[in-house]
Design a protein around this ligand. Structure first.
Ligand code: TMP
Ligand code: MG
Length: 216
């Protein structure tokens, strides 16, 4: 009986372009939530530690090639293989912070401009995954990312790809509910303050939301 009295945790997704500050902000958010007495777990996608994740890792590093559709489905499978454990954690009262999720999945694949890989096609395998209670999108301009230094060596880390990703994130988030756009071109403190406010408001809505929902 005590089980049914456990308040569930929240599923919080943090999205954004490379160098938007996702990792630092996820750390700050974890500390904030722990200071407020919440049990928190942090996960990131791709999870490169699983067998599927290792395939993704060698693709991103450029040591293996993959068909666009095939690698897309592997990124999605990498979420599905961890979906159940997210549900279990949330039900047991743990708040899960996820660094990149289905939104990155759909947008990076669609940005390849493959004629048979539309944003709509790319979204389909995400349907049914645990749906975030809130998605914090760290929005950053091309000018600001340029100021933050050079690209890394991984696939997708180039100007043309990042520009298409930025545009696609915008058109995807026009159609999504529960997305909070945060101006990430400011100081760490300013950005984290906005994230904390959005997450606090999300916790206030959690009873009204009810059980963890599924992605549509
Ligand atoms: P990371 O830099 O956050 O580790 O992500 C690696 C790259 O993988 C990044 O360029 C975004 C991309 N990506 C996808 O293409 N599809 C996905 O489903 C995810 C989660 C990331
Ligand atoms: Mg990266």
């Amino acid at each position: 009986p005590t089980h049914s009295l456990t308040r569930r945790g929240a599923l919080i997704v943090v999205e954004g372009l490379d160098r938007a500050g996702k990792s630092s902000q996820c750390e700050l958010l974890q500390s904030f939530l722990r200071e407020h007495g919440r049990a928190v777990k942090y996960i990131r996608f791709p999870d490169r530690s699983t067998p599927i994740g290792k395939l993704i890792d060698s693709y991103l590093r450029g040591s293996a090639n993959q068909d666009d559709h095939s690698i897309h489905l592997l990124f999605s499978a990498n979420r599905w293989e961890i979906a159940k454990s997210i549900e279990v954690d949330i039900a047991s009262g743990i708040t899960v912070i996820v660094d990149r999720y289905s939104y990155s999945g759909a947008v990076y694949s669609a940005a390849k401009a493959n004629p048979t890989l539309s944003l709509e096609w790319a979204w389909q395998p995400e349907i049914g995954l645990p749906r975030p209670d809130i998605c914090l999108f760290l929005s950053i301009s091309a000018e600001e990312t340029a100021k933050r230094g050079g690209f890394g060596a991984e696939r997708y880390e180039n100007e043309a790809m990042q520009t298409r990703v930025r545009d696609l994130f915008r058109s995807l988030f026009d159609r999504q509910e529960d997305v909070e756009v945060i101006d990430a071109g400011r100081s760490l403190e300013e950005v984290s303050r906005d994230m904390q406010a959005a997450v606090t408001a999300c916790f206030d809505r959690l009873d009204a939301i009810g059980p963890l929902r599924a992605m549509e």
